[in-house]
Design a binder for this molecule. Structure first.
Ligand code: SF4
Ligand code: SF4
Length: 147
């Protein structure tokens, strides 16, 4: 056990709110990965950090299962921002030598690519919506001209 572990996590950008967690489990209930893999439990990961189970947390493969979808962040009643805490834990894990830095870089690149892909899809959808709006406005204008 390492009682300073939670302090180390909360001292890093993204880990500041970890102490606000009151273990309600909403993050786990809304996480798509937890739904597929019952052994993956965000609430439990936070609990372990708060208890000081540093080595167990930083050595765990669970750190790499999160897809950074931020559903847990959106639903957390305490604004703990678990997705950001996962990024902090990944960094600490690599610094401790449990995983190579290259893995962290690859995962960060992957997260970035997925975010950009999602952004492109949303933009495409919104542009489609705009075109539709313009078409409707054009029709209304056409009606006025006709009248
Ligand atoms: S939803 Fe928030 S408060 Fe509830 S267990 Fe998860 S991180 Fe903690
Ligand atoms: S960001 Fe990670 S932990 Fe949170 S809901 Fe998505 S996959 Fe689960």
């Amino acid at each position: 056990m390492d009682k300073n572990f939670k302090k180390e996590v909360s001292a890093r950008p993204g880990g500041e709110n970890i102490n606000y967690c009151y273990s309600c489990g909403t993050c786990t209930a809304t996480c798509p990965i937890s739904e597929l893999d019952r052994s993956y439990n965000p609430r439990l990961i936070i609990k372990k950090v708060l208890l000081g189970m540093k080595e167990e947390v930083l050595k765990s493969d669970d750190l790499w299962k999160c897809i950074q979808c931020h559903r847990c962040v959106a639903h957390c009643p305490q604004n703990v921002k678990f997705a950001d805490i996962m990024r902090v834990l990944r960094e600490m894990s690599c610094e401790a030598g449990y995983y190579p830095e290259s893995l962290l870089q690859e995962i960060n690149e992957l997260d970035k690519s997925v975010r950009n892909y999602r952004l492109d899809l949303v933009k495409k959808h919104l542009n489609g919506g705009k075109r539709l709006e313009q078409a409707i406005t054009g029709l209304a204008g056409g009606d006025e001209e006709d009248g």
